[in-house]
Write a protein that binds this ligand. Structure first.
Ligand code: TRP
Length: 445
């Protein structure tokens, strides 16, 4: 059980805020055409995803179980447990590539602190290319990050995580604000702000942009694979479920937007910057150049990558906790066995992602439609398809199988007030499932 309402909010925000906000969001904005992506993203977050966020918490707190157990207890003797099982698989799939990028943040703590990246754009880009092509380093760092995640979960996350995230989140936000102020006052920053804030509406009907925005919203909120069912199951009855959910959604969105205010002004202040071709290297190639302009930049840079690694850690913990708690509940494995077996399995799955950034040619170059390389391919499969499909099934389940009266009973348990229950009911029945179905189907056509 979380110790308090704020404890849940911070732990869930810790899960939500991660590489998806600071690395993923600006990358997607760059590839999705700038401001128009931001706009679609915000619509997805508030009208499609937020209602599902509340639904996951309802399933978790109502059943006090992880995804498989939750579906089993609300729909016994049905096939719905399969959705829960897919959630568990999805956690392993996402963790396998997430841990590779999280490993990069560890290396960049060292690179920025030691000042080995050089100052200009070519040098920084070359350093990034050389580093990601180093297979042994990537495998080692991925293994280290997974092992640290395993270590945190072994020791019982709840007390630890709640305490750690409560201190780290304010630090991260403070540092991001400082960096944003510096970025916005760089020469040439206004072009970046224009790119970030002025939409090019011709991209509005591009279904690739729609699927990417929807997938990114799911990923950033940790939605669609039962992480919030699991975290919801540790939630106290007396805490206001829907209000807590909205806090996490707002916090997560604010931090993603803030990251854009750092990356784009900085990028555009550098000559020859093309946001659409920068891809996954964006923050690792752009930010070091910002740090180079700051007094005490090495210190700032190292602090930034330390916090980014921490933000990633509170996210990987939630990713691993889902399959771990599943194996403990369903197969009665001791926690230690569940943690180490799942960590080892995830590591095996992460090998092609770790070697697909220059180390092994065939994994490193794949058709752009398939994500460009193996890591991009995994991100495409899990973020853009698995999570929205999971969210679609969860919304259908809560709206039509569990039913609104029971769901609303959980929202308003112990006299909790929520002024938007009717709006929520409308969104979860009609808007979320229909929007997701349309976007997914059209992206296949
Ligand atoms: N939301 C995290 C991020 O933005 C990643 C994450 C953690 C996640 N747990 C998840 C994504 C569960 C999907 C599902 O970096």
């Amino acid at each position: 059980m979380w110790g308090s309402k704020i404890g849940f909010i911070m732990a869930a925000a810790g899960s939500a805020v991660g590489l998806g906000n600071i690395w993923g969001f600006p990358t997607q904005v760059g590839q999705g055409g700038g401001a128009v992506f931001v706009l679609i993203y915000l619509v997805c977050v508030f009208f499609v995803c937020a209602p599902i966020f509340i639904s996951e918490l309802i399933l978790g707190r109502g059943s006090k179980k992880g995804p498989v157990g939750a579906f089993e207890s609300f729909a016994p003797q049905s096939a719905w447990w399969i959705v829960g099982a897919l959630c568990v698989l999805c956690g392993v799939g996402i963790l396998s590539f997430y841990a590779v990028i999280a490993g990069w943040t560890l290396a960049y703590i060292y690179f920025t602190a030691a000042g080995t990246l050089g100052g200009n754009a070519q040098e920084v880009a070359a350093a990034f290319g050389a580093f990601t092509a180093n297979g042994a380093a990537n495998l080692g760092l991925t293994a280290v990050f997974l092992a640290v995640t395993a270590g945190c979960i072994l020791g019982g996350v709840r007390a630890g995580i709640e305490r750690v995230t409560k201190t780290l989140m304010p630090l991260l936000i403070g540092l991001l604000l400082v960096l944003a102020v510096r970025a916005i006052t760089l020469p040439g920053a206004s072009e970046g702000l224009r790119y970030y804030l002025r939409p090019d509406f011709s991209r509005l009907t591009d279904f690739n942009v729609l699927t990417a925005a929807l997938g990114q919203a799911f990923f950033s909120l940790s939605l669609g694979m039962g992480a919030l069912i699991t975290y919801g199951s540790y939630m106290r009855k007396q805490d206001n479920l829907a209000v807590s959910a909205l806090w996490v959604v707002l916090l997560d969105t604010a931090i993603a937007l803030l990251a854009g205010f750092i990356i784009f002004p900085t990028g555009f202040s550098i000559e020859g910057f093309d946001p659409s071709s920068s891809g996954p290297g964006l923050i690792f190639q752009v930010l070091p150049q910002l740090f180079a302009t700051l007094p005490g930049g090495a210190l700032f840079g190292a602090a930034f990558f330390i916090l980014l690694a921490m933000a990633a850690l509170t996210s990987t913990i939630s990713l691993l906790e889902v399959p771990v708690s599943h194996c403990i509940d369903e197969y009665r494995w001791p926690r230690k066995k569940a943690v180490w077996l799942l960590t080892a399995g995830t590591f095996l799955l992460s090998i092609p992602s770790a070697l697909g950034n220059g180390a092994v040619g065939r994994l490193s170059s794949m058709p752009a439609a398939l994500g460009g390389n193996f890591l991009g391919f995994m991100a495409l499969v899990w973020n853009q398809y698995a999570l929205p499909i999971g969210g679609l099934l969860i919304s259908i389940f809560v709206a039509y199988r569990l039913g609104l009266p029971k769901a609303i009973q959980e929202i308003t348990a112990e006299g909790a007030q929520f002024p938007y229950t009717n709006l929520w009911g409308f969104l979860i029945r009609f808007v979320s499932p229909v929007a997701i179905a349309i976007i997914i189907i059209s992206s296949f056509l």
